[in-house]
Write a protein of this length. Structure first.
Length: 243
């Protein structure tokens, strides 16, 4: 019987096993990769959803900085009505008009602590002089001097506009654009969510001499008292020594 060529000769048993095993292994690996058991897990947490009100640059309140009211489609100034009658100098009594006003402003229980007695289109200072209606911060300064000083220097209140004045102007928001002049305290508000830092790790291990690297995991350190603490000179064995 003539001998078959090499490429036509049957493979030995171990060769046939290898011929089937290699494709099988490759298929299993491809299937495993397709299932994705070794997916990359980023150490960066998911982005925190910040509510729109937390980054809204518009003022908290939008009061009218002029003595004007809208009624039935017409605009009236305060003096359009108040010039026909005079109010009593004390206003501790219940109001017959402006019943929508809720006055909770500490010891300021009189309307005329802030409003001018005769010219209702103006506010008033401590000496009875008129303050323009669009300058309410001068009224607030009568009682809140330190806060008014901080507001002048930009450490209290809000500044809108540009830090770089070559690109645009800055605008200081006035007191009543954040505070209700009749009820100044802010109502309870939900705080904005905290920032999500990257792998900060445990930060309360008490070490302050080394620089904090936010990209390095800091292991938790448990301080255990020594079995035989050293007693400093001049101390007694009853004293506790903390190195």
């Amino acid at each position: 019987m003539p001998e078959l060529p090499i490429h036509a000769q049957p493979l030995p048993s171990h060769g046939r096993t290898r011929a089937f095993a290699v494709p099988l292994v490759l298929f299993v690996l491809a299937l495993a990769l397709w299932q994705g058991p070794w997916q990359f897990h980023s150490p960066v947490p998911e982005a925190t959803v910040v509510p729109a009100w937390a980054i809204d640059p518009t003022p908290v309140r939008r009061p009218k900085l002029r003595p004007q009211i809208q009624l039935a489609g017409f605009s009236y100034t305060c003096s359009d009505c108040h010039r026909f009658f005079s109010s009593p100098p004390e206003t501790i009594r219940s109001l017959t008009q402006h019943r929508n006003v809720e006055l909770k402003h500490g010891i300021n229980t009189r309307c005329f602590n802030c409003h001018h007695l005769t010219n209702r289109d103006a506010l008033v200072d401590d000496w009875g002089r008129e303050i323009p209606y669009d300058q309410p911060q001068l009224v607030c300064a009568k009682c809140h001097g330190p806060v008014y000083r901080d507001w002048l220097h930009g450490s209290h209140g809000r500044t809108n506009g540009y830090w770089d004045l070559t690109r645009g102007p800055q605008e200081r928001r006035k007191c009543i654009e954040c505070h209700d002049p009749h009820v100044p305290p802010f109502p309870p508000m939900p705080p904005a969510p905290p920032p999500s830092t990257l792998r900060m790790g445990e930060q309360g291990d008490g070490h302050h001499d080394d620089a904090v690297n936010p990209l390095r995991l800091r292991p938790s350190v448990t301080h255990e008292p020594a079995e035989n603490p050293t007693v400093p000179d001049g101390g007694t064995e009853a004293e506790e020594y903390v190195p």
